[in-house]
Ligand binder design. Structure first.
Ligand code: SAM
Length: 280
């Protein structure tokens, strides 16, 4: 069926073949996310956080079962006020657009946002993370969440990476996608930008000769560079680092998972800045 207009711009959609539903389902693919300059975030709390942080909502989708929930109605009103559309759909439709058996009752479609590399102006104490060709959406999402948790400033995606606005990545960020600025650059553009970076560039490498705990990360801005899951940092990126550090390991594993290694590094780099008091 075609959407039936209810209050203002709220439409009730019941058919999987509705073109609005097709557009939402297409957001599972990067090509269509880029075409629509949009991405999907699931859950009422995430949608509220995103609106509070100033992200532009294009569409709010909610299940019939959420009707009457004051928080959902408030979010719907905010969406309409921001010029977005509100769709009331069946659970079957929510399952189809989120590709989940037990979908959340609220889904928001937001405009994508990237930070320009040239707009990054690192100050002393700032920490940025460069991810070389990160492939795994779960890793990228987990790194975004960890960057948020430690109070680092943002992420620079270097080369051909997985999409930060993919459904799986956004899910793994648990909302941090809305809190952490993401820039992207080719390796060449990144290397050129790095020349103007007046801070410490610390690369992580399995051949690194420096114990990651022996470096003084204080005062200057720090750029932490992490390598691709399969190949590690290529020579061009390794050579641009001021230090190549290694996390000592025991046991049979050759290396740590990328997101785990990033977490270990970030908590060391931010050690002095993080106290239980910062947590309150
Ligand atoms: N086979 C890859 C290699 O030779 O580098 C393994 C890559 S590892 C799964 C992904 C990234 O995590 C590495 O490029 C590095 O940035 C970081 N990493 C993992 N374990 C590390 C360790 N023990 N010390 C330093 N960095 C590590």
């Amino acid at each position: 069926m075609t959407g039936q207009l209810r209050v203002g711009r709220v439409k009730e959609v019941t058919s999987l073949s509705n073109p609005l539903v097709k557009d939402l389902k297409a957001l599972a693919l990067k090509k269509f996310r880029d075409q629509q300059n949009a991405f999907m975030a699931e859950g009422l709390k995430l949608v509220i956080d995103a609106l509070d942080l100033g992200w532009r909502v294009k569409t709010l989708v909610f299940a019939k079962s959420a009707l009457g929930n004051p928080a959902v109605e408030k979010v719907a009103a905010r969406t309409v006020a921001a010029g977005g559309d509100v769709l009331e759909v069946s659970e079957k439709i929510l399952a189809a657009i989120t590709r989940r058996d037990n979908p959340q009752t609220v889904v928001g479609v937001f405009e994508q946002r990237f930070l320009k590399l040239t707009d990054i102006r690192p100050a002393p104490g700032d920490v940025w993370v460069g991810l070389d060709r990160v492939r795994d959406p779960g890793n990228l999402g987990t790194v975004l969440r960890t960057v948020d948790a430690v109070g680092a400033k943002g992420i620079i995606l270097v080369g051909d990476t997985t999409d930060p606005f993919g459904l799986e990545t956004v899910r793994a960020t648990m909302g941090s996608i809305f809190a952490v600025p993401v820039a992207r650059a080719t390796q060449e553009a990144f290397l050129a930008w790095r020349m103007g970076f007046a801070g410490l560039v610390a690369g992580t490498h399995l051949k690194g000769a420096v114990d990651y705990r022996s470096v003084d990360y204080a005062k200057k801005p720090v750029l932490l560079l992490m390598g691709n899951e399969q190949q590690g940092l290529p020579d061009a990126l390794a050579e641009t680092c001021d230090k190549l550090v290694r996390i000592p390991q025991a046991g049979r594993a050759d290396s740590l998972n990328l997101a785990v290694a990033t977490g270990v590094m970030l908590f060391e780099i931010r050690r002095a800045a993080l106290t239980l008091a910062t947590d309150e």
